[in-house]
Each structure stands twice: as structure tokens, then as C-alpha cells.
Design a protein around this ligand. Structure first.
Ligand code: FE2
Ligand code: FE2
Length: 400
């Protein structure tokens, strides 16, 4: 005899509650919204009676931490290259009630505008979005009786010395980046997927080695040529930023779907899908703009012509360089997913824990050089904390 749906649900919820032990804090302090079957504060419609599990909280906590890192780096981009006004209104970026100054480096903005005239606006908006992601996730954690996360104690890295930039410590270093640009070919491949063993070539091989600034380090970087044109070094900084924007946001595009597969509560799933979609919108925008980077050389850094039909890698392995590098092929090419028998499909990739999960995301940020302290040539202590939070997030399992 078939059990009634509600009794099955009740048993399942009780089992999940006992298995997961909910959040570490006592249930009494968490409020009724956390209890299985209780209506959430945000609408009965979204309540599937699955509890917010300890794993859900671990995922939300990690995401909030990583969003704080994203916000920190985007704030640095906005201070120097963000728009100062939005059409007829002013840009009103704020962090914790404090106004963020934007557009302090007009010549850097000019170099960014080579990639697209709207770059300063998009930079300001991406910054606003990341601040909102971190703030919302912290508020959401608090609403579930869990602890919001704040990594400000690791904000010890020196910012740009360009005039006007607040001389406060930062979580991230944008002056010595090693930018992985394999996402470029990953999204153009029609046969390979990182989740199924695919490996990919860089679009800008020089960015993937060495250490490159993505922001002007000081006022000296902003001096124009005698004829008023942009020096290659400044254009290279702006081009590096252009590729770095897409690198950061493709990470978020994979991270959210990777972690969404581990959440239990439907509303938490909704949070991940909704914020994750905004990361994908960012990535798509930056992917398009990066292709407009001018083909210049600055010291050991060259930005190749990706429309020449030639593989830009010294020992390139591309069988079809025209398709693997062409700049306007920014829609995700249908590729292998799950099983080759199902046929190629246009998707976000990776979405596995191993390739796109929390630990993988932290490792990619570390490899990017984001936490490198120039004073010690070592990473700051934030890496240990992020790795611990990432481990807990990746260990979460969907429970019913
Ligand atoms: Fe974000
Ligand atoms: Fe993002």
C-alpha cells in the first residue's frame, strides 16, 4: 500500500533532521523558520519541507566568504576604472554605508574603453552586484540563525598608490596576477569538457605565466605618450583587467551550479540558482569585451590576434584554431556532457565538484595570485580560512 505523501515527507524530514543535526547551534536559538516543515519567513510557496541543513549553511557561508573576496577585487577595479556617473545620475556605490570613490584613473578608463565604451559602467555595476551578493548571503545566513562571515581581518594587502585611492588594506592583490585564459577555448570546444577530462589551451599564453598588473600601480603608470596616445604598458594593464574580469566571473558561473547540486532546502537552491545566474551574466559580458583587447606587446606580455586562424600557443595543439579562438564565438559551443551518446549540448562547464566546486574555486584564486602578499611573497592567512570553508561546502550532500 502506498503511503500518503505527507507521511512519507514527514518521515523523510525527520530522518534528514536527525541525520544532519541541523546547524551546530541549538535549535531553540534558531527560530521556527529552521525547523523541518515550518514555514519560512520568505513565503510558503517555496517551502518544500526539506530542512536547511548543516551542509546548506556550509555552502552559503563559503559563498558569502568568496563573494566578499569578489567584492574586494571589484571595488579596486571600480575605484580606478569605474564610472563616476550613470547617465544623468551619479554612481552610488557603497560598502557598509561608506561611499566608494570611483573613476580615479581617467587614462586607465580610456584604455579600458578600447575594449568597450561601456566598460566603466559595467565595472561599477559588477562591483555593486558583488557587494550585494555578500551582503544578501550574510543577511540570509543570519535569518537562518547562522553566523554571517566577515574576512576583513585579512584585508592587509596594499592597494594601488594612484592618487586618491583610499590607502586601506585589501583582501586581494591585483598587481601581480597570473591569469588563466583557458576558459576561452573551454567554451569554444565542441568535443571536450573539463568534467570529462578535457584540457584546454590559453587564449593569451603570456598572461598564464609571470605576474602582471591589472590595475595601474601608481600615477607613473598613467602617464600618456608625448602625442597623447596610450602607452602599451597602460593598454596591457587594461587588457589584463579585461581578461581577468572574465576569469573571475567564469569561476562563479561554475561554482554556483556545482554547489547547487549539494543543497537540500528548496529556498537555498533558489538563492544559489538566482545569484549563480547573475555570475553567468557577468561572465558573458566580459567574455565579449575581452575579445576586443588590442594586439599589443608590453615587455614579455603579448595579446595575440585571436582572429588570425593561428593557434597563439607556442606549441599549439588546436586542430581548428579558427573556431577555437575566434573572438565573436562567445556563446557556449555545444559540447560533450554526461554521455557522448546524448549528443553535444550548450552548457556551463565545469559543474563538477572536482573542477568547479568550492576547493577548486579557491585553488584557482590562489593560482591567480589574488592573495599574494608582496612583502613576504607568500599568501595571506585568508587562504587557510577559505580552504577550510571550501572543504566544508564541498562535503555537503543533498539530503531527503
Ligand atoms: Fe558574486
Ligand atoms: Fe561575480
Amino acid at each position: 500500500m502506498k503511503k500518503s505523501e505527507s507521511s512519507v515527507k514527514h518521515a523523510t524530514n525527520r530522518r534528514a533532521f536527525l541525520t544532519n543535526g541541523m546547524v551546530a547551534a541549538g535549535a531553540a536559538t534558531m527560530g521556527a523558520a529552521l525547523l523541518p516543515g515550518a514555514s519560512t519567513a520568505f513565503g510558503r510557496e517555496e517551502d518544500d519541507h526539506a530542512p536547511v541543513t548543516k551542509g546548506d549553511i556550509a555552502i552559503l557561508t563559503f559563498l558569502s566568504a568568496l563573494e566578499q573576496v569578489e567584492a574586494d577585487l571589484w571595488i579596486q577595479y571600480a575605484e580606478l576604472g569605474g564610472a563616476t556617473n550613470q547617465g544623468l545620475s551619479t554612481i552610488d556605490l557603497e560598502l557598509n554605508g561608506k561611499k566608494i570613490v570611483t573613476g580615479l584613473a581617467p587614462n586607465y578608463i580610456t584604455a579600458l574603453e578600447v575594449l568597450d565604451g561601456d566598460m566603466p559602467q559595467y565595472i561599477a555595476d559588477n562591483t555593486d552586484d558583488e557587494i550585494s551578493h555578500h551582503r544578501f548571503l550574510n543577511h540570509y545566513l543570519a535569518s537562518k540563525g547562522a553566523r554571517p562571515i566577515d574576512l576583513s581581518e585579512f584585508a592587509t594587502l596594499p592597494p594601488s598608490r594612484v592618487s586618491g585611492v583610499p590607502p586601506t588594506g585589501r583582501l586581494t592583490n591585483l598587481k601581480q596576477l597570473t591569469v588563466d585564459t583557458t576558459w576561452w577555448t573551454r567554451y569554444r570546444s565542441e568535443t571536450a569538457n573539463p568534467d570529462f577530462g578535457g584540457i584546454f589551451e590559453n587564449a593569451v599564453p603570456d598572461l598564464a605565466k609571470g605576474k602582471h598588473p591589472a590595475i595601474p600601480v601608481d600615477d607613473g603608470d598613467l602617464i600618456l605618450n608625448a602625442d597623447g596616445s596610450i602607452p602599451n604598458h597602460l593598454q596591457a594593464i587594461a587588457n589584463t583587467a579585461g581578461f581577468h574580469f572574465a576569469f573571475i566571473e567564469q569561476g562563479g558561473s561554475s561554482l554556483y551550479p556545482a554547489l547547487a547540486q549539494k543543497v537540500t532546502n528548496l529556498e537555498v537552491l533558489r538563492v544559489l540558482l538566482s545569484i549563480g545566474g547573475s555570475e553567468i551574466m557577468h561572465f558573458q559580458t566580459w567574455h565579449d569585451k575581452a575579445g576586443n583587447a588590442t594586439n599589443i606587446t608590453d615587455g614579455d606580455l603579448s595579446f595575440p590576434n585571436l582572429n588570425s586562424g593561428v593557434d597563439p600557443n607556442p606549441n599549439g595543439t588546436s586542430a581548428n584554431p579558427a573556431d577555437d579562438f575566434q573572438t565573436n564565438l562567445i556563446m557556449p559551443e555545444p559540447t560533450l556532457f554526461l554521455n557522448a551518446k546524448l549528443g553535444p549540448v550548450s552548457i556551463i562547464r565545469p559543474t563538477s565538484t572536482a573542477q568547479g566546486g568550492a576547493v577548486a574555486s579557491v585553488v584557482s584564486f590562489v593560482d591567480d595570485g589574488l592573495f599574494l602578499d608582496p612583502a613576504t611573497n607568500k599568501n595571506t592567512g585568508i587562504v587557510d580560512v577559505l580552504m577550510r570553508l571550501a572543504d566544508e561546502a564541498d562535503e555537503a550532500r543533498r539530503r531527503f
